[in-house]
Ligand binder design. Structure first.
Ligand SMILES: [Fe+2]
Ligand SMILES: [Fe+2]
Length: 253
């Protein structure tokens, strides 16, 4: 059995509110017998180097691999320099193998835009990584490739998802597609495969049918909802089960 935590949309901004929520989640995960932690983008709120230095310090647990990919709030250059200790020359894709499980951390960001896209270079990279080995694989990216019934988010989802759909359809080893960006715990399908969205650490998207308010970018997020994570459990037959859990109240100042 392989268990990993999945969180997203930390939006670290050097301020105390977000730091407190981040620590609440990481304190919950610290000490759990998990195999990895996946963070699907919007690591920094403004893409500043200092925010990535905070991310490097806070999104870290000894002996647990933390897999981090960028979102639309991230800056490829600063993200890569601080978190991967190298220079960015294009999409900052990274393949990580933990045991027999392959994680493809894909860069779906378009610099200075909120919507997403997998560039041809990234699609070719995904296909090559899936073709060169065997075993269960997760395609991880920030932008969901389908609509989630949240109109504001749906308007800035992954564009042109056909290329990714073709790759998933051709590769049964892809167990699921894992995303963030929507700031909501959500489960749907993509090309018949599970598409699982981690809740946002920084806030939770308000759903249109739970409020009489007309939702705009200024009121679309609940800042006080309890931060949460997804736990993905891959059994020995490569069947996936996902549990969503709120992080208990913080135990440190
Ligand atoms: Fe976000
Ligand atoms: Fe985002």
């Amino acid at each position: 059995m392989f268990v990993f935590a999945h969180l997203s949309d930390v939006h670290l901004d050097l301020g105390p509110r977000v730091l407190g929520r981040t620590r609440r989640v990481m304190d919950y995960l610290r000490g759990l017998p998990i195999d990895a932690i996946l963070v699907t983008g919007d690591i920094a709120d403004h893409g500043d180097a200092a925010e990535y230095e905070q991310a490097r310090d806070e999104l870290s647990i000894p002996a647990v691999p933390v897999l981090i990919l960028p979102g639309n709030h991230d800056d490829r250059s600063a993200f890569t320099k601080v978190l991967r200790d190298r220079e960015a020359t294009g999409p900052v894709n990274l393949a990580c193998r933990i045991g027999e499980v392959l994680f493809l951390l894909c860069d779906s960001s378009i610099p200075h835009h909120n919507e997403g896209l997998l560039e041809p270079e990234t699609l070719a990279w995904i296909r090559a990584r899936l073709d060169e080995t065997e075993g269960p694989a997760f395609i991880c990216l920030h932008h969901p490739p389908v609509a989630l019934a949240i109109p504001l988010v749906d308007g800035i989802r992954l564009g042109s998802p056909g290329g990714l759909a073709a790759i998933v359809a051709e590769h049964p080893r892809v167990v699921a597609v894992l995303c963030g960006h929507a700031h909501t715990a959500a489960a749907t399908t993509f090309v018949g495969r599970p598409l699982l969205v981690a809740p946002g650490v920084v806030s939770t998207a308000r759903l249109p049918w739970t409020t009489a308010d007309e939702l705009t970018w200024t009121n679309a997020a609940d800042l006080d909802d309890t931060p949460a994570v997804a736990f993905h459990v891959l059994d020995d037959n490569h069947r996936l089960t996902t549990h969503f859990r709120n992080a208990p109240a913080a135990t440190r100042e």
